[in-house]
Design a protein around this ligand. Structure first.
Ligand code: BJW
Ligand code: ZN
Length: 258
């Protein structure tokens, strides 16, 4: 069933000139990629995601952490972008100045046609050396995700230190250029659409707040309540793959590819 979007939300998008879209794990949920806070399903359930996504965890048990990331990478590889990703690409096509800022470490936005997403938390697909930061080749992954398996990380071809996932862990700085681009875009947009993020992790959670403080309107798409409810002028409660295409269609008519 088509999701019904309030006319004021459609009008906000139709009137907008400079749009920022901020996405979190929820936009990939309907592609079968578990959200960060749900990422420890099945055999991984005995661990705590917040505790695995730290430099300390990698130091203490590199095989466990690398195995978890390899399992997630194989899940993402098998996933396909959904109608939410496609709707974001449609906004970019309609308004070419749109800036897409994602906290996600998957590549589903790129595969849906988004040209240049700002990746605040890095990528599952860009491992690097934990010693000298040299980019490392992606190991082949099995076709079936090997859930719950410890996997020793490869060694750097330059310095023999362990290769680590190219993501930003708790306590690590975000890539400065990406953060600068995101904050500048938020500070100069007239509409920010935040999609599928719990709004709990900083500094990413600050970005919609920056936009609102400087006069932009914020629309939030999320089936659940989040701390960003208070920042958003419109809260569209529903799954991204239903709500975003409906929002785009309501704003501009049938511009969505089938
Ligand atoms: C749907 C849906 C559907 C479901 N449709 N929606 C200020 C205050 C307090 C603490 C801090 C602070 N500033 C910094 C901190 C510390 C820390 C932090 O924020 N901690 C909080 C937990 C309190 N931040 C950091 O450490 C950051 N670094 C930093 O601040 O560095 C300072 C520094 C400066 C200079 C030198 C050194 C240091 C780094 C944060 C890095 C976050 N990394 C992770 C892991 C990446 C790799 C990986 O994926 O494993 O990024 S954590 C994890 O959370 C991941 C995500 O990108 C991020 C956000 O999660 P997200 O996307 O919101 O997902 P979920 O699962 O939380 O939520 C999903 C949502 O989707 C839910 O709301 C659902 O309802 C919804 N949903 N289905 C739409 N179908
Ligand atoms: Zn190295």
């Amino acid at each position: 069933m088509e999701h019904v979007v309030p006319p004021e939300a459609a009008a906000l998008l139709a009137r907008a000139r400079r749009v920022v879209v901020v996405t979190g794990a929820g936009i990939s949920a309907e592609s079968g990629v578990p959200t960060f806070r749900d990422a420890l399903t099945g055999l991984w359930q005995r661990f705590d995601a917040q505790a695995l996504a730290t430099p300390q965890a990698f130091e203490d048990d590199p095989d466990l952490v690398w195995g978890w990331y390899e399992w997630r990478r194989s899940t993402v590889r098998r996933a396909r972008p959904n109608a939410g990703h496609t709707a974001v690409a449609a906004i970019e096509a309609r308004l070419p100045g749109t800036v897409l800022v994602t906290q996600n470490v998957d590549d589903l936005h790129e595969r849906a046609g988004s040209r240049d997403p700002v990746h605040l938390h890095g990528s599952l697909l860009a491992p690097r050396c934990s010693g000298c930061s040299r980019p490392a080749p992606l190991p082949d992954v099995a076709d079936e995700p090997a859930e719950g398996r410890r996997v020793p990380p490869p060694r750097c071809a330059g310095c023999a230190a362990r290769v680590r996932p190219g993501v930003v862990w708790f306590g690590e700085a975000l890539p400065q250029a990406a953060l600068d681009r995101a904050v500048e875009a938020a500070a100069s947009c007239d509409l920010l659409v935040t999609v599928g993020t719990s709004g709990l992790v900083y500094p990413a959670a600050e970005i919609p707040r920056v936009a609102a403080r400087l006069g932009a309107t914020v629309i939030q798409v999320n089936p659940d309540e989040t701390p960003l409810d208070a920042v958003a002028e419109v809260n569209l409660r529903g799954p991204a793959a239903r709500v975003l295409p409906a929002l785009v269609a309501a704003a501009w008519g049938d511009t969505m590819p089938a």
